[in-house]
Design a protein around this ligand. Structure first.
Ligand code: GRF
Length: 196
C-alpha cells in the first residue's frame, strides 16, 4: 500500500506516524501550515493543494476531484486524515471509497464536527476521548476502528483537554494504521444505504 497523510495544522500526529516508521509516502495539505514544513524536515514529499484557489463559495466537488487526482497520480492506495481542515465530497470518495481513515477528538458518535473537544466540555461529560474511524461522505459517521477514553479534569479548558487527547491519538492512530497495513484490521463495509 502507498500511504498519504492529509493535514492542515501543526502536524503532531503526522510527526508521530513518521517517527513510528509508518511508510508515509506523501503528505498533502490544503493550506500552507507547519505540518508541511515538518514533512520536509523528515524528507517526506509534501504538496499543498490550495483550497483558497477554489473561490469564495468554495467549489467543494472541484477541489475533491483535484485532490483525488493528485493522489491517484502518485498511486496512493491508503489515505489518513490527521487534522485535515476540508470536508471532501463525493468526487473524492468515489475514487478512494473504503480507503480513507480519520482521527476525531471525541468518542464518536458523541460530539462529531469541528469542535469535538469544545462540545464535550460544554456538555459537562466526565469522560471523552478519541476515535479512529473510516472516513465516509457523512462527516465523522464512518465505521469505528478504535477508540480510547480520556478523563476530563475539573480544571480543563479546551486547550489542555485537546492536548491530552492528542497524546492518545498519536499512539492510537499509529497502532491502528499498522494494524490496517498488516491486515489485522480490515475495513468494514459502510452501514447499509450509506454513501461510500
Ligand atoms: C487532532 O486532535 C485531530 O483529531 C483533529 O485535529 C488534531 C490534529 O492535530 N482533527 P495535529 O495537527 O496533528 O497536531
Amino acid at each position: 500500500m502507498s500511504l498519504a497523510v492529509l493535514v492542515s495544522g501543526t502536524g503532531s500526529i503526522l510527526d508521530a506516524m513518521i517517527e513510528a516508521g509508518l511508510p508515509v509516502d506523501l503528505v498533502v495539505s490544503d493550506r500552507p501550515c507547519t505540518a508541511v514544513t515538518l514533512a520536509a524536515g523528515h524528507d517526506v514529499e509534501a504538496i499543498v493543494v490550495h483550497r483558497s484557489s477554489f473561490g469564495d463559495d468554495f467549489d467543494r466537488d472541484g477541489y475533491s476531484a483535484l485532490l483525488a487526482g493528485r493522489l491517484s497520480e502518485r498511486s496512493v492506495t491508503l489515505v489518513a486524515m490527521a487534522g485535515f481542515g476540508t470536508v471532501l465530497s463525493r468526487p473524492f470518495y468515489d475514487g478512494f471509497a473504503g480507503r480513507v481513515l480519520n482521527t476525531h477528538p471525541a468518542l464518536l458518535p458523541a460530539f462529531p464536527g469541528w469542535h469535538g473537544v469544545r462540545d464535550a466540555l460544554a456538555a459537562g461529560v466526565d469522560v471523552t476521548g478519541c476515535t479512529v474511524h473510516q472516513a465516509t461522505l457523512e462527516v465523522d459517521a464512518g465505521p469505528i476502528l478504535a477508540q480510547e477514553e480520556v478523563k476530563v479534569r475539573p480544571d480543563d479548558d479546551e486547550t489542555s483537554l485537546q492536548e491530552r487527547i492528542k497524546v492518545v491519538e498519536r499512539r492510537l492512530y499509529v497502532d491502528t494504521l499498522w494494524a490496517v497495513l498488516d491486515g489485522v484490521i480490515q475495513f468494514q463495509p459502510a452501514p447499509e444505504g450509506a454513501a461510500p
